[in-house]
Design a protein around this ligand. Structure first.
Ligand code: 13P
Length: 258
């Protein structure tokens, strides 16, 4: 983390978990565990679209913002089942996850649709959390750096520097997601540094140092502190551990140290 230049952001990604009723219960439970409201880091949970309003009300006085897990890039029209950026914005959403590997894998999301979604979210005045990450096969073949650089460049294509400050990049190695197999702090830190170097080459040093880069992939209450100690890891995108109030609070506490 480097709080001098950029904000630390701890974000939960609930994926397709939690009903509205369970969301309210989670808020009651987490209230018991949160000793002080997070001061040094921004905290949010991205929830299924149908639970955004419930979560907004339930988390209101916890200083936990509510984010979305996906968005469609068209403004409006005949796209049955999709949710637009304006619809999310109107609910009070500030952050939207884009290009999660599960969406790329199961829902045919490509670098091109990711880029369109990034523009849609930025144009609506919200902040995209752009996910990038390599598969185990890509890592073992030795193409992680090139792969990630390409994903970052494609996602940011056409994004001007003043809007880049609102983007978060989440490095999520696919082999570490939901597997309990975390990247070592060094592995994660190295790729996050490379992501910053890619941004630096595109936008210059001043802009690059202001961008928040998160790590995601089996981040939990035990490994958070070590991961967050890496200079280019400015937060986490947390799946499984964000469903358990005490674990999520422990990660917030790790990021919230003065
Ligand atoms: P896990 O923390 O469950 O590995 O999930 C990470 C993730 O995919 C967050 O977006």
């Amino acid at each position: 983390m480097n709080r001098r230049y950029r904000k630390t952001v701890i974000a939960g990604n609930w994926k397709m978990n939690m009903t509205a009723t369970e969301t309210k219960k989670f808020a009651e439970d987490i209230r018991k565990h949160l000793e002080a409201r997070p001061k040094w880091c921004e905290t949010l949970i991205c929830v299924p679209a149908c639970n955004i309003s419930t979560a907004m009300k339930a988390f209101k006085d916890l200083r936990i913002s509510v984010g979305a897990e996906n968005v469609y890039f068209e403004e409006k029209g005949a796209y049955t089942g999709e949710v637009s950026a304006d619809m999310l914005k109107d609910l009070g959403v500030k952050y939207v996850i884009i290009g999660h590997s599960e969406r790329r894998q199961y829902f045919c999301e490509t670098d091109s649709t990711v880029n369109k979604k990034v523009h849609a979210v930025l144009n609506a005045g919200m902040n995209p959390i752009i996910c990038v990450g390599e598969s185990l096969e890509q890592r073992e073949t030795g193409i992680t750096s090139e792969w990630i650089a390409l994903q970052v460049k494609s996602a940011l294509f056409g994004v001007p520097a003043d809007k880049l400050r609102r983007c978060i990049i989440a490095y999520e190695p696919i082999w570490a997601i939901g597997t309990g197999k975390t990247a070592t702090a060094e592995q994660a830190g190295e790729v996050c540094s490379e992501i910053r170097a890619t941004i630096r080459a595109l936008y210059g040093a001043r802009v690059a140092r202001s961008v928040t880069i998160q790590y995601g992939g089996s981040m939990n209450e035990k490994n958070a502190e070590e991961l967050l100690a890496q200079p280019d890891i400015d937060g986490g995108l947390i799946g499984g551990a964000a469903l358990v109030p005490e674990k999520f609070v422990a990660i917030i506490n790790a990021a919230n140290q003065e």
